[in-house]
Write a protein that binds this ligand. Structure first.
Ligand SMILES: [Zn+2]
Length: 93
């Protein structure tokens, strides 16, 4: 990955809402996982701290993905209560 691409990525805010780390201290994360065929390009990459990068892959049910632009994503970390609500919406009453 070239320096210009990295610069463009770390000039974005970290994509997990509420993460206290600045993007300059983040890793470059794939929205669609690299191991699952997610491309390494600007439309699929964003800054995430080491904790959120790993936690999102280990516990994807804890994160809700939002499109915020043509090639921009953010994630909301769901509390236990939020996860129960999302699960009941998906499954229905
Ligand atoms: Zn974080």
């Amino acid at each position: 990955m070239g320096w210009l691409v990295k610069w463009r990525l770390i000039s974005r805010p970290p994509w997990v809402k509420g993460c206290p780390l600045p993007a300059t201290m983040c890793q470059i994360d794939h929205a669609d996982g690299w191991a699952d065929g997610g491309p390494t390009d600007l439309a699929n990459l964003g800054p995430a701290c080491q904790f959120h990068n790993r936690d999102r892959y280990r516990r994807p049910e804890r994160y809700q993905r939002h499109r915020t632009g043509k090639d921009r994503w953010t994630y909301t970390y769901l509390s236990h209560t939020d996860r129960a609500r999302v699960s009941s919406v998906i499954k229905g009453p």
